[in-house]
Design a protein around this ligand. Structure first.
Ligand code: NAP
Ligand code: GCO
Length: 265
């Protein structure tokens, strides 16, 4: 093993849903490690904004308008990436949504949409890049899982079902394609400060912290929310040759939440 095994020089990385938030931070770290970056968004307004966000970091990223739940759009995007940058070496299935609704009040259509973006889309995008990886003789797929791949909580039934499923999709891609030198692993972030979790951190009318914010800090041995940068080292490791014998693993990056029973009274 050489320290240069942690580098991603010349590798083509596709990070889905990466105009901001966790995906953006991971893509920026990949670029710093030497990779060429492709990202997508399903919002036309975010496409230019995303490209500008990367430019501001000195990164010449290729942005694509693509809804990851649409098989045709994904196939078209992967074809364009191959023509414009090269075959995808590294895929991060990061795009995701959450709907916080008590299960008994949730419409089946809302449940299906969450499963569509958070579970079906990683299947669709992985399926689109795996043939190119087989041809190239190597590939890395990183699925962004969650605490909810292991734990439940009120109002997030669809999200937990999807992220639990994503953990098993990770193990299955490893099982099926490990023989082609493709490693598929997951990252399970703890509670990270991004737009997705902003409603859980909103200040109360009296200026005090949101009760959920206090709950999470108390539930995390590190006693803080995670930052997007907390995820970048683990992501670079799982994208690099330094992790070539790590396969089907979910790396929880959670400040210790899953190890902790909670504060004693
Ligand atoms: P975020 O700030 O809400 O970003 C989500 C991204 O997904 C956006 O860039 C959005 O892009 C994209 N997206 C959503 N639907 C899409 C679709 N149909 N097609 C293409 N892109 C789509 O979320 P985040 O907090 O950075 O989360 C990123 C991932 O980490 C998600 O999978 C999330 O579940 C997971 N995660 C987050 C946390 C946390 O605490 N924040 C913890 C564990 C896991 P556009 O709107 O521009 O299309
Ligand atoms: C929630 C949160 C979580 C986090 C994350 C935890 O409402 O509980 O949004 O689901 O985003 O996935 O790992």
């Amino acid at each position: 093993m050489k320290m240069s095994d942690f580098r991603l020089d010349g590798k083509v990385a596709l990070v889905t849903g990466a105009t901001y938030g966790i995906g953006f931070a991971i893509a920026c770290a990949f670029a710093e490690a030497g990779a060429k970056i492709a990202f997508n968004t399903h919002s036309p307004a975010h496409l230019e904004e995303g490209i500008e966000n990367y430019k501001a970091q000195g990164i010449d990223a290729h942005g694509y308008l693509c809804d990851v739940t649409d098989e045709n759009q994904v196939a078209e995007m992967v074809k364009k990436i191959e023509e414009e940058i090269g075959t995808v070496d590294i895929l991060v299935n990061n795009a995701g949504i959450i709907k916080r609704i008590p299960m008994a009040e949730m419409d089946a259509a809302e449940f299906r949409r969450v499963v569509d973006v958070d579970l079906n889309a990683p299947f669709i995008v992985s399926k689109a890049v795996i043939p190119g990886m087989i041809e190239k003789g190597h590939g890395k797929i990183i699925n962004i899982c969650s605490m909810m791949s292991e734990l439940g909580r009120e109002t997030v039934s669809a999200y937990a079902a999807a992220k639990g499923g994503l953990k098993m999709l990770t193990r299955n891609i490893c099982s099926e394609y490990g023989q082609y030198n493709i490693q598929c692993n997951g990252i399970g972030p703890g509670y990270i400060a991004t737009p997705q979790t902003a409603p859980l951190r909103e200040k109360q009318p009296d200026g005090s912290r949101h009760p959920f914010d206090q709950f999470i800090v108390g539930r995390t041995p590190a006693a803080r929310w995670g930052s997007t940068e907390d995820l970048t080292g683990p992501a670079v490791f799982l994208a690099s040759d330094a992790s070539n014998f790590v396969n089907g693993h979910i790396l929880y990056v959670d400040g210790g939440i899953l190890a902790y029973i909670g504060k004693q009274p």
